[in-house]
Design a protein around this ligand. Structure first.
Ligand code: AGP
Length: 612
């Protein structure tokens, strides 16, 4: 996600800002910028697409940006392509106020429309520019910058961590946060704001963590924090004893663990903005009702974990839409002379948006007359740019090679798309529609509930980290899920593993089951629970140890067959995989940890496979 740094004090701001942004580079970004208020009280902004080196080149090529107060930002694009205009800081039309922002303003379109009706021009595609323009609008109307800030915070909805400068108050930096991290740093010769402590460690280890609804006003020698009622408050100062490496991971041992733990927030950011007033709202599909109603087939095409999302999607979308839905490996699809056409939608799923096989499959699909809808995490990536429609997951940058939060947000978004289309085609009752939407909105909290059960996953991993081979079995959605569980284990622990449709074992593979073999059985799909239970009994009869992943509903029927039982909360049957994958991710993580593997950078693997 985006990175924020702000400084006010006695030293020149730009070098401090650039140093801080460099320390935030690990978070992933596609553009960067800085704003300072000069000694003559003029707001100056320089921002560029690309790496920090591009920003430095721009700064070196012009008169030095002088000033002892400034804000800086590295942008991970969510709304609007990566380019100079969409980069932060954003300024209001009068150029008096600059803002850097991390988060998503969910009602930015309606605010933008109301300001445009007032004749206020917008220049970018971002949600953040709405904050800058609204601040300037209220500042002109109310005549006081703090009144303007509180008026804006009362109007915007969504998540924000923001830094604000106003050239009429040259020695003052304002910060505000809600649902996105922001901290204050107390330095020897000035004070700071930052989205994470990594950006500050070179200057201070004394910090205050802002909480939701708080606003802070910083000068070179003072910090005043206000609560959401605008009452001044005193907050505890903490001393950070992390080293930079630990700080980059937010205190977690690995990026993978950090990203697993971020899944509740990632799912919320991806789903919540697309549900308004009890209806699903996918603006990217506006006006395509006729096309979607005429669909006769869907092909989901991807690689690796994204393909496994497609396998879940096959079961879910066929159940919802009652048309043929198939999942294809992109590397196979592209050479299989697929039967496509204008009544077939091809859905390409890709975290990076750069996977060569998936890109080639996309081009093959378009060549054969199909529209392509892509589900992508990287805004402006190649697959996004060549798709007819792109739905972005807003999981934020995923640094670990083994995907986790991108997988769960892709799956949640694909299921949301299925429900949206089913509703449009009249294939879902109003009652089921309301039920599944309620479960969608409750999903982030349930993800966090599953994540709390960490000791159970650690215990199972400590018992079975020395296996030579592991089998994942399940039926229907559980089978599709087992594919991802198996890949996670292979990728990071280097243990051989296979995923099998539980009903298929007896057709050969069960010959490999012997005393001590570990079988992980997904038993969350209630309609086939008895069949799955029989399969568990079969492998146990041959000496296997069995870890069972079950829901609160299915656990009672299978707990007597489990050597380790991992229970997750119930949710709508079609959403259950979003929760059930988490124990599999964490089991794989702790097995790899016990085996001393390089979890974030497994051998032979790349985060984005841009070769055939
Ligand atoms: C997942 O853990 C792997 N790193 C890999 O299978 C990945 O899912 C696959 O390469 C597809 O990548 P993409 O989503 O960026 O297209």
């Amino acid at each position: 996600m985006c990175g924020i740094i702000g400084y006010v004090g006695k030293s020149e701001a730009v070098p401090i800002l650039l140093d801080g942004l460099e320390r935030l580079e690990y978070r992933g970004y596609d553009s960067a910028g800085v704003a300072v208020v000069s000694p003559s009280n003029t707001l100056q902004v320089v921002k560029t697409k690309g790496r920090l080196s591009v920003l430095r080149e721009h700064l070196d090529a012009q008169d030095p940006l002088c000033g002892t107060i400034g804000i800086g930002h590295t942008r991970w694009a969510t709304h609007g392509e990566p380019n100079d205009t969409n980069a932060h800081p954003h300024v209001g039309s009068d150029g008096k106020i600059a803002v850097v922002h991390n988060g998503i303003i969910e009602n930015y379109l309606e605010i933008r429309a109301s300001l445009e009706r007032k004749g206020i021009p917008f220049h970018s595609e971002t949600d953040t520019e709405v904050i800058a323009q609204l601040l300037e609008y209220y500042y002109k109307k109310l005549g006081n910058i703090m009144n303007a800030v509180y008026a804006v915070l009362g109007r915007i909805e969504g998540a924000y961590a923001m830094g604000i400068l106003c050239e009429d108050f040259p020695g003052q930096m304002i910060a505000a946060r809600k649902d996105a991290p922001l901290l204050i740093g107390y330095g020897e010769d000035g004070n700071f704001i930052a989205s994470d402590v990594t950006a500050l460690l070179a200057h201070t280890r004394t910090v205050t963590y802002m909480e939701d609804g708080e606003v802070a006003v910083l000068t070179g020698d003072s910090v005043q924090i206000y609560d959401r009622e605008r009452s001044p408050i005193t907050k505890e100062r903490h001393t950070v004893d992390w080293d930079v490496s630990a700080a980059e991971k937010g205190g977690y041992a690995h990026f993978m663990l950090k990203e697993i733990m971020e899944q509740g927030e990632a799912v919320r950011k991806t789903i919540s903005p697309r549900i308004k007033d009890g209806r699903i709202f996918i603006e990217e599909l506006a006006g395509m009702e006729g096309y979607l109603e005429g669909l006769r087939k869907i092909c989901i095409v991807a690689c690796g974990s994204a393909f496994h999302v497609g396998m879940v999607g096959k079961y879910v979308l066929e159940r919802l839409l009652r048309i043929p839905v198939d999942a294809y490996l992109a590397s196979e699809f592209r050479y299989s002379e697929p039967l496509l056409g204008d009544d077939t939608l091809v859905i390409v799923i890709s975290q990076s948006g750069e996977t060569l096989d998936s890109m080639a499959a996309l081009r093959e699909a378009k060549k054969r007359g199909s529209k392509v809808l892509s589900i992508v995490n990287v805004v402006g990536s190649s697959i996004a740019r060549e798709s007819d429609i792109t739905l972005y997951t807003w999981a934020g940058p995923e640094i670990a090679v083994a995907t986790t939060k991108a997988y769960t947000t892709q799956m949640a978004l694909l299921i949301l798309l299925g429900v949206y289309c089913a509703d449009m085609n009249g294939r879902i009752s109003e009652e089921e529609y309301k039920t599944i939407l309620a479960d969608f909105l409750a999903l982030p909290e349930k993800v966090d509930e599953v994540l709390k059960n960490i000791e159970a996953y650690q215990k199972a991993a400590s018992r079975y980290f020395n296996q030579n081979s592991v089998f994942y079995i399940g039926r229907n959605l559980d089978y599709a899920l087992g594919l991802e569980g198996s890949l996670k284990l292979k990728e990071i622990s280097y243990i051989h593993s296979e995923s099998y449709a539980a009903g298929e074992l007896k057709h050969g593979t069960i010959s490999l089951i012997e005393p001590g073999t570990l079988v992980i059985s997904l038993a969350t799909y209630a309609p086939l629970l008895e069949k799955t239970r029989s399969n568990i009994v079969e492998v146990r009869a041959r000496g296997a140890d069995v870890i069972v992943v079950a829901t609160e509903e299915t656990a009672p029927a299978v707990k007597d067959q489990a050597d380790e039982l991992l229970v997750i909360p119930n949710t709508h049957r079609l959403l259950q995989p979003v929760l059930a994958v988490i124990p599999l991710q964490l089991f794989a993580y702790y097995v790899a940890l016990n085996r001393g593997c390089d979890i974030d950078k497994p051998r032979n693997l790349a985060k984005s496979v841009t070769v055939e």
